[in-house]
Write a protein that binds this ligand. Sequence first.
Ligand code: MN
Length: 285
Amino acid sequence: MATECGAGRAKPRKRGSTMGGLGPSTPYNHAMRILIANDDGYLAPGLQALVQACHGLGEIDVVAPEQNASGTSNSLTLNRPLSVFRAANGYRYINGTPSDCVHVALTGLLPHRPDLVLSGINNGANMGDDTLYSGTVAAAMEGFLFGIPAIAFSLLDKGWQELDAAARVARSLVEQVLRSPLVGAPWLLNVNIPNRPDADRAAVAVTRLGRRHASEPVIRQVNPRGEAIYWIGPAGDAREAGAGTDFHATAQGKVSVTPLQVDLTDHEALVAWNARLACAARDAA
Ligand code: MN
């Protein structure tokens, strides 16, 4: 393993570019450029399967965390510098989070802006409220936040048993989105794939996120020094899993595709809160 100096390969930075030196994408006069990340780490079978699934679709760069960083959501490492290493298979890996990987790739490491950012294939589902905690979704979201179309892929059950079928699903979806030009407003898709050998023959359902019950309580233990320690408990079961949700579609053996947005504003509550806080201000006057 060797530390790679990204600046050595990067082209000179253009003044005024919004991409920290990466010029605007020109998708029609070059091979499609695909950046692939994950949250399970650069050695994860799911990452390798996704990279192999995309073979022939474009120029692929892999930038993934050095270690498993599941559940790290959109965190960026701000209290120490990050190093980029190159594995024997050509993948780059970073001693940081999934968001770090895509952030560093887009703002200083890659000589070109990617046309598409992919993440996964995650070891386990990312449905409903999971999407707020997921490093897999976060890696894709980092690309989306930089204006690049992005897809997060997750395999429903842990263990990657039917990874080959999941990879075929991923390839098929990527091929479908590449059929139309990747211009205009970026989008972010969250894909959950049933863990079955015929997943690539399953129907694809476009879904909304369901909701989970609150997580199970923390598990309290005592460490060898007699001090209390706590393990975060497992995620709650599905609470809102009706027709149209990701939980519902995957329970029926379908591939779930949920278009995501990032704006957390409760738009419907704006008027009510305006009235409520205006009243409070009037009462205080
Ligand atoms: Mn993971």
